[in-house]
Design a protein around this ligand. Structure first.
Ligand SMILES: *[C@@H]1O[C@H](CO)[C@@H](O)[C@H](O)[C@H]1NC(C)=O
Ligand SMILES: *[C@@H]1O[C@H](CO)[C@@H](O)[C@H](O)[C@H]1NC(C)=O
Ligand SMILES: *[C@@H]1O[C@H](CO)[C@@H](O)[C@H](O)[C@H]1NC(C)=O
Ligand SMILES: *[C@@H]1O[C@H](CO)[C@@H](O)[C@H](O)[C@H]1NC(C)=O
Length: 585
């Protein structure tokens, strides 16, 4: 009798163990899909309260996962914010800052970039046996010492596969609508120049070997002509289009210049094919949208379909592509074993306007936007995490989280270890997401504008308050405006900022729009908060060590010798893609 019951309980235990184990095998090494939308405002999504822009796919993702309601970017511009996302570290630690007005990598011809001794989430996952890929925008540098050295290529940071735009979408990339005609003309000029160059070379060879008699002055004229054409080519007004708007597959340039309105379609095809190749897993895919950055290249099918002009059309098209990606995950049977994370690199760009048309995003109730590191609108971004069966569907978290949390979270779910020789500012999100703890580890966060500290937040334990202390704020222009319309981006230092002493204080839990600063008269805790945050700031500063500024004057200087080229320099032009029908994936 005893023996039998023991056997029964043993077999029960065995059953339990094996169930746990098989559960463990699938859940311990989930696939990871990280999705970053470019310049998307938190107020642009249905699931964050927008009732006129249609984003059904993202809204569904939110209802199936956890919605983060205080998800904070480490910087308010692309390059530094993405560097922090990739490394889990404040840009001030990695050198992805500057004290000049250049706060991003401003061309593909600059030698700066994310230092290769930084460890990204891709490198962590790769070490644990994951296939890794980056598809889309990079904006962390490319070449360093010579053209094509690819010292800052995604391959150097743990991404096995890369397809995308190594720079960033910006206005020259989509000079619509005369674009096609202009391209055709430049193409013809290019072919002409090449023909002339070949002729001249033949003549020169003929002259040198003596079988041809051409007067030297004709040769000189020819050389001068080629020199002039080359010069115009290099310095032509379309140079941004040719030198920065390129697409790459692995180490090869596939399009120079890119055709912006079909780029996302090709990217999505690459993403789906990566998922298919790796359906046996485990894999980590970082899908980095070109949407919804200016100049908003949008396909015909979406133009004029939203209630918010070209910007709204572009957001809705982005959601359409999200749907493609999510259904590919479903179709390959990957849904239950894949952690999906969606965010934006920073707030919407308020100053992006063309006449009366708004070309940048909407940050809901939050003040300010892209480029403003202190005001909430610059850094308060959407955050959605789905992992069916592991994370509760349809829940919301008010606690502070950071884009820098992804590195430790990836380490936790892949079984990897974080580098021990440096400070990691992110925290593992899993306990909070699974409801195992109620409070986030981010008691303090520091909000840098370039290398200048503008503000800090304090989420005290056991309190609803979210204190925000501002030391520096940008001066909005023209007077009375709600953003920096005259300079297009707010600056971090100098004449166009206000230094606050005593600092400005807000409690975001009562005043999310940061509309009325609290004072010693209106807030009994004023002194306590200001002093506590000042102490935390001192402690934080002690953890900083000097690093070379990657975005400052020297490393952000454009050189034509570093610009990528898919032909014979300076005749850089190619299209290795051929015809693509858009919107398919
Ligand atoms: C929805 O988003 C659009 C586009 O950014 C914006 O103009 C509009 O104000 C938003 N509406 C709400 C209710 O947030
Ligand atoms: C900016 O940093 C450089 C060193 O990288 C320094 O020489 C310069 O004085 C700094 N400028 C300002 C305005 O802080
Ligand atoms: C995925 O998980 C859900 C519950 O979490 C379950 O209902 C569904 O059958 C699972 N699907 C697959 C394909 O395992
Ligand atoms: C990376 O190398 C730079 C330059 O040698 C150094 O200053 C920095 O501390 C290194 N970073 C890490 C994380 O080791």
């Amino acid at each position: 009798m005893m023996l039998r019951s023991r056997l029964v309980s043993l077999s029960w235990m065995w059953l339990l163990l094996s169930v746990c184990q098989s559960h463990g095998v699938t859940d311990d090494k989930p696939n990871i899909v990280l999705i970053m939308v470019d310049d998307l405002g938190i107020g642009d999504l249905g699931c964050y309260g927008n009732d006129t822009v249609r984003t059904p796919n993202i809204d569904r993702l939110a209802s199936e996962g956890v919605k983060l309601k205080q998800n904070i970017a480490a910087a308010s511009l692309c390059t530094p914010s993405r560097s922090a996302f990739l490394t889990g570290r404040y840009p001030i630690r990695t050198g992805m800052t500057s004290n000049t007005t250049n706060r991003v990598i401003h061309s593909l011809g600059v030698p700066g970039g994310l230092p290769v001794n930084e460890t990204t989430f891709a490198a962590l996952a790769k070490k644990e046996g994951y296939s890794t890929a980056l598809i889309g925008k990079w904006h962390q540098g490319l070449n360093s010492r010579y053209r094509g050295d690819h010292a800052h290529h995604p391959h150097k940071y743990g991404f096995d596969f890369y397809y995308g735009l190594p720079f960033s979408l910006y206005n020259p990339c989509w000079p619509d609508p005369s674009r096609d005609a202009e391209l055709a003309i430049t193409h013809r000029v290019c072919v002409c120049v090449q023909l002339i160059a070949v002729t001249a070379l033949t003549l020169a060879l003929g002259r040198l070997t003596g079988w041809l008699c051409v007067p030297w002055f004709l040769m000189l004229l020819m050389a001068l002509f080629i020199f002039l054409l080359g010069y115009f080519w290099l310095s032509s007004y379309t140079s941004g289009l040719y030198w920065n708007c390129i697409m790459m597959r692995e180490d090869e340039i596939t399009e120079q210049p890119m055709k912006a309105d079909r780029a996302e379609t090709i990217m999505m095809k690459e993403a789906v094919s990566f998922l298919e190749r790796n359906r046996e897993g485990p894999f980590l895919l970082f899908y980095s949208f070109l949407h919804v950055h200016e100049p908003l290249p949008t396909t015909e099918a979406f133009i004029g379909t939203s209630q918010h002009g070209l910007y709204g059309d572009n957001v809705e098209e982005m959601d359409f592509f999200m749907g493609k990606l999510l259904s590919a995950i479903d179709n390959f049977g990957l849904r239950n074993n894949t952690l999906v994370y969606l965010t934006s690199d920073h707030g919407g760009h308020l100053e992006a306007r063309l006449g009366h048309a708004q070309l940048g995003g909407w940050n809901g109730v939050y003040k300010g936007g892209k480029g403003m590191a202190g005001w909430e609108g610059g850094i308060h971004v959407p955050g959605i995490v789905r992992w069916p069966g592991v994370l509760p569907a349809g829940s919301e978290i008010e606690e502070p989280t950071s884009l820098m949390d992804i590195v430790p979270t990836v380490a936790a779910v892949t079984g990897g270890t974080l580098p021990q020789d440096r400070v990691i500012d992110g925290r593992n999100l899993m306990p909070l997401l699974q409801g195992k703890v109620q409070e986030s580890d981010h008691e303090f966060m520091f909000h840098y504008c370039g290398s200048f500290l503008h503000a800090a937040r304090w989420n005290p334990k056991d309190s609803q308050a979210v204190w925000k202390v501002h030391y520096v704020t940008p001066v909005f222009q023209p007077p009375g405006a709600k953003a920096c319309y005259e300079t297009k981006y707010c600056t971090c230092s100098g004449d166009l900022v206000t230094y606050h002493d005593p600092p400005l204080l807000f409690d975001l839990s009562r005043d999310p729009s940061e509309s009325t600063p609290l004072t010693g008269d209106t807030e009994p805790l004023y002194d306590l908060v200001i002093n506590t945050v000042a102490d935390a700031l001192e402690e934080h500063k002690k953890t900083l060590t000097p690093v070379e500024q990657q975005l400052g004057v020297e490393l952000n200087e454009d050189s034509i010798w570093l610009r990528p080229c898919c032909g014979v320099f300076p005749f850089c032009m190619c299209d290795k893609v051929g015809d693509v029908s858009t919107l398919e994936a």
